[in-house]
Design a protein around this ligand. Structure first.
Ligand code: G6P
Length: 372
C-alpha cells in the first residue's frame, strides 16, 4: 500500500532514500568511545582470527559485488589473501579450504540456496564461516559460526539497494576489525578510516540531495539499447553493480568493465552516442589510477561515446571530457563505493520507470532465490 511505501511510488525509491539511516544503523554500537571497533557478535575468538591465513568470500548477485569490494579492503588492511567467488561456482570446483580459512558468506535474505550450499561445504572442510546478513534468524546466519548483521531494515524491492550499502559497511568493519585484532602497519590509517566511516551517512545523504540531474539524464536515455560502465580498483565492482541494476530494472543490455581492460577488447564496442558511465577513482591516494582513467575517458570520447562521469568534488581533470558530470563527495579511496553506487541506483530506477517497467517486481526475478 501507499502507506507501506512511506509516500514513495515504489519501495525501491523508499529504500534508496533510507540509505543514510541504514548505513548509520549498521555502524551503531560498533565503534567505542575510543574509536575502536567492538564486534562482539563476531563470536570467532581473536586467537582464531590471528591464525587465519586465507579469507574466502562467497555470495550471489549484488552481495557478490559487495564481496568484490571487500577484497580490496581486506587485503589492504589485513594483508590476508582474500578470494571472492560466486557461491554457485564455489563448491563444484573442490576449493582448497581448511580450519585456517575464514569464509565470509554475504546475503541480504539469508536464504539464498547457492550461498547456503557454499557455506555448508566450507564448514564440512573445517573452515569457520562468518555470515553478513540482513535478516535476523534466517538460515545462513543460523548455520554459520558467527554473524555480523546489517541493519538496513526490511528490503522489499527485488533489486537490492540499502542492503548493498550496509553489506559494504559490514565488510569494511570486518576488514578494519581484522586489522585491529592482528595489528598491521596500517594502524593509523585504520583509526582514521573508522572516524571517516562515521561521517559516511551524511555524505550519502548529500548525494541523494543532488540526484535530479541524474534522473533527467536517465529519462533522456530511455530509448537507448546499451549502456556501458567502466571502473577501476573499487570502482570496478561498482561498474558491475551499475550494469546489474540496469539489466534487472530497465531490461537493457548493460555491461561493466574494468577500465584497464578497455584496450583489450571492449573499446571495439564504442560507437557514436553510446552512453558510457565511468566511475572515477579518487584523485587522492592512488592518483596513478586516476590519471589512467582520465585517459580512458578521453579515448572513448574521441571515438564518439557519450561520457557520463562520476567523480569526486574538486576533481577538475575530468571536466573537459565529461558530457555529463555527476559529483560525489570526497571519501577515503576504499570507501568511495558507498557514495558512487547511489547515483547508479537512482539512474537505473528512473530509466526503468521511464521505460514503463515495474520497478519493485522486475520480470523473471525473485527477491530471494531458494533453489540452486
Ligand atoms: C537474488 C536477488 C538479488 C540478490 C541475490 C542475492 O538474485 O534478485 O537482488 O542480490 O538474490 O540475494 P541475497 O539475499 O543472498 O543477498
Amino acid at each position: 500500500s501507499a502507506a507501506e511505501k512511506g509516500g514513495y511510488d515504489y519501495f525501491m525509491l523508499k529504500e534508496i532514500a533510507e540509505q543514510p539511516k541504514a548505513v548509520a544503523d549498521t555502524l551503531l554500537g560498533r565503534i567505542d568511545a575510543n574509536g575502536r571497533l567492538t564486534l562482539d557478535e563476531v563470536r570467532i575468538p581473536d586467537a582464531v582470527l590471528r591464525e587465519t591465513d586465507k579469507i574466502v568470500i562467497v555470495a550471489c548477485g549484488t552481495a557478490f559485488h559487495a564481496g568484490m569490494i571487500a577484497k580490496y579492503a581486506i587485503e589492504h588492511w589485513t594483508r590476508i589473501p582474500c578470494e571472492v567467488e560466486l557461491a554457485s561456482e564455489f563448491r563444484y570446483r573442490d576449493p582448497i579450504l581448511n580450519p585456517r580459512t575464514l569464509v565470509v558468506a554475504i546475503s541480504q535474505s539469508g536464504e539464498t540456496m547457492d550461498t547456503l550450499m557454499a557455506l555448508r561445504h566450507a564448514r564440512e572442510q573445517g573452515s569457520k564461516v562468518l555470515a553478513i546478513c540482513n535478516t535476523n534468524g534466517s538460515t545462513i546466519p543460523r548455520e554459520s559460526d558467527a554473524v555480523l548483521y546489517t541493519h538496513a531494515g526490511p528490503e522489499v524491492a527485488v533489486a537490492s539497494t540499502k542492503a548493498f550499502l550496509t553489506q559494504l559497511v559490514a565488510c569494511y568493519l570486518v576488514a578494519l576489525y581484522l586489522g585491529q585484532v592482528r595489528g598491521t602497519k596500517w594502524g593509523d590509517e585504520i583509526t582514521s578510516v573508522i572516524q571517516e566511516l562515521a561521517d559516511i551517512s551524511r555524505q550519502v545523504d548529500q548525494v541523494l540531495e543532488t540526484m535530479e540531474p541524474v534522473r533527467e539524464l536517465a529519462r533522456s536515455l530511455k530509448d537507448k539499447n546499451t549502456v556501458l560502465f567502466l571502473g577501476r580498483h573499487v570502482g570496478y565492482p561498482v561498474a558491475l553493480e551499475g550494469a546489474l541494476k540496469l539489466k534487472e530494472l530497465a531490461y537493457m543490455h548493460a555491461e561493466g568493465f574494468a577500465a584497464g581492460e578497455l584496450k583489450h577488447g571492449p573499446i571495439a564496442l564504442i560507437e557514436d552516442d553510446l552512453p558510457v558511465v565511468v566511475v572515477v577513482p579518487s584523485p587522492r591516494g592512488r592518483s596513478v589510477l586516476h590519471d589512467k582513467i582520465v585517459s580512458n575517458i578521453q579515448e572513448i570520447r574521441a571515438r564518439g561515446a557519450r561520457t557520463i562521469v562520476i567523480a569526486e568534488e574538486g576533481d577538475e581533470a575530468v571536466v573537459p571530457y565529461a558530457d555529463h558530470l555527476i559529483r560525489i563527495p570526497a571519501t577515503p579511496v576504499l570507501l568511495q563505493p558507498l557514495v558512487s553506487t547511489v547515483p547508479l541506483q537512482v539512474f537505473a530506477c528512473e530509466l526503468a520507470t521511464a521505460r514503463g517497467n515495474e520497478v519493485d517486481q522486475p520480470r523473471n526475478l525473485a527477491k530471494s532465490v531458494t533453489v540452486e
